[in-house]
Design a protein around this ligand. Structure first.
Ligand code: ADP
Length: 412
């Protein structure tokens, strides 16, 4: 997939050039250009109303752009007869209802009408149902099927058309997670067999999991396009959907989590002394509330360090399983100096990180606000913590992180 500025490729199945479309006064697509090559597996995402369905209808020839052009296999879509289009392009709509009580195999057979009188090199209905593992549904009445079963039957119908291009409009919208994965596994297989697939979907994690490339729409414009991992960045998601997104890597996979966009930025700078995952939740909450957050000293690869990195926070980090060195201590102090408030989470205190309490003491001496989660003695494995904290008069002890957040919110 590429945008249309790339050199013309004879292998382009779809090419939209400066396409614009309005429903009366309502603009739906504005000056959109891209190409889809033969064998591509392309996902389309974007908020509701951003023009995705309109685009599929333009590619399928149901709508014609008022400006620009939509080409299929190098020729304007409008130059093809309806019958030819029905053969080459199959569109699986968002929902599918039938007024008549057809059996599943009859519904699948309907897909063959477009090929009537033509040679068929594809699978029989029985073979198709078997291939999609829905042969048990063959004689069931279509209206009685579950949403997921219907979706698989409609996919079988589209494949019976033997198209060279399969368009899908939110095929997973009404499916439970098991059907969703089954459907996308099937699409992936069909793509590996050579079918070009363009699919509108909402779930950005499914997009990351299955799609090689993406088109991202926003307010009728193509906001971004390219390889999925390059396109679905937190910055793009924030710009297009207006939510914070965080990228995580786990077991060799990338996935996203989301939270609402921050409220107006708070002025306070908060430094977290944490580790071992005791600060991860708090970091995210504070960032979402709009605070400037920094983190230290944490060991590289520890949950708190990974989370802080994902959130793009300033971090003072030490090598894994290494006690805090002078260098990391100084780095941490440079972050403490910039903070208004220093928080010590309920991180267990051992020989490796006890120096974080020295930072806390220095912060108090500098006149910073210093807040500590209750129960330090119980999580101190050095026997030194109580002594270090004893001399400090203005330390504020809090019951839990929730109280901490509430009190922070009320702090003037
Ligand atoms: P998406 O698929 O991304 O949700 P659509 O392509 O359905 O977006 O819609 C794009 C814009 O066009 C929206 O503002 C929508 O309200 C409008 N629109 C879609 N279909 C019609 C229609 N049949 N008549 C009038 N406006 C429409």
């Amino acid at each position: 997939m590429s945008n249309s500025n790339a050199p013309d490729s004879p292998a382009a199945v779809i090419e939209v050039r400066n396409g614009s479309f309005s429903y009366g006064e309502t603009p739906a697509l504005r000056n959109v250009s891209f190409q889809v090559a033969r064998g591509d597996f392309v996902g389309i995402v974007g908020p509701n109303g951003s023009g995705k369905s309109t685009l599929l209808k333009i590619v399928d020839g149901i709508l014609t752009p008022q400006e620009g052009e939509s080409l299929l296999l190098g020729k304007p879509v409008r130059s093809y007869g309806r019958k030819y289009l029905a053969r080459e392009v199959a569109l699986v709509p968002q929902s599918f209802t039938l007024d008549f009580d057809f059996a599943v195999h009859e519904v699948v057979d309907m897909g063959r009408y477009a090929r009537k009188g033509l040679e068929t090199h594809g699978l029989s209905t029985d073979e198709l149902l078997e291939k999609l593992e829905i042969d048990a549904l063959k004689d069931r009445r279509f209206p009685e099927l579950s949403g997921g079963e219907k979706q698989m039957v409609v996919l079988a119908q589209a494949l019976a058309q033997e198209p060279s291009l399969l368009l899908l409009d939110e095929p997973a919208a009404h499916l439970d997670v098991s059907y969703q994965l089954r459907l996308f596994d099937w699409l992936k297989k069909l793509n590996n067999e050579g079918l070009t697939i363009v699919c509108v979907l909402h779930d950005l994690n499914l997009a990351l999991l299955y799609f090689e490339s993406m088109l991202v729409f926003s307010e009728g414009k193509l906001f971004a396009s390219g390889p999925t991992e390059e396109v679905l960045t937190p910055e793009t998601i924030e710009a297009v959907y207006g939510v914070h997104a965080y990228l995580h890597r786990h077991a060799g996979r990338t996935f996203l989590t989301f939270s609402p966009r921050s409220r107006p930025t708070r002025k306070e700078k908060v430094h977290l002394l944490c580790g071992g995952g005791t600060g991860a939740h708090l970091m995210r909450e504070l960032v979402d509330l709009g605070y400037s957050v920094s983190v230290g000293v944490v060991n590289a690869m520890d949950t708190d360090e990974v989370t802080a990195r994902e959130l793009g926070l300033p971090i003072a980090a030490e090598a894994p399983f290494t006690p805090i060195t002078d260098e990391a201590y100084r780095e941490n102090m440079s972050l403490v100096e910039k903070a208004d408030l220093v928080l010590l989470t309920d991180v267990p205190l051992g020989a490796g990180n006890i120096r974080n309490l020295d930072s806390l003491r220095e912060a108090a001496v500098m006149g910073k606000d210093v807040w500590v989660l209750d129960g330090v003695a119980e999580r101190d494995f050095t026997g030194l913590a109580t002594g270090i904290l004893e001399g400090l008069v203005d330390v504020r002890y809090l019951r839990d992180t929730q109280t901490m957040l509430v009190d922070l919110g009320e702090r003037v």
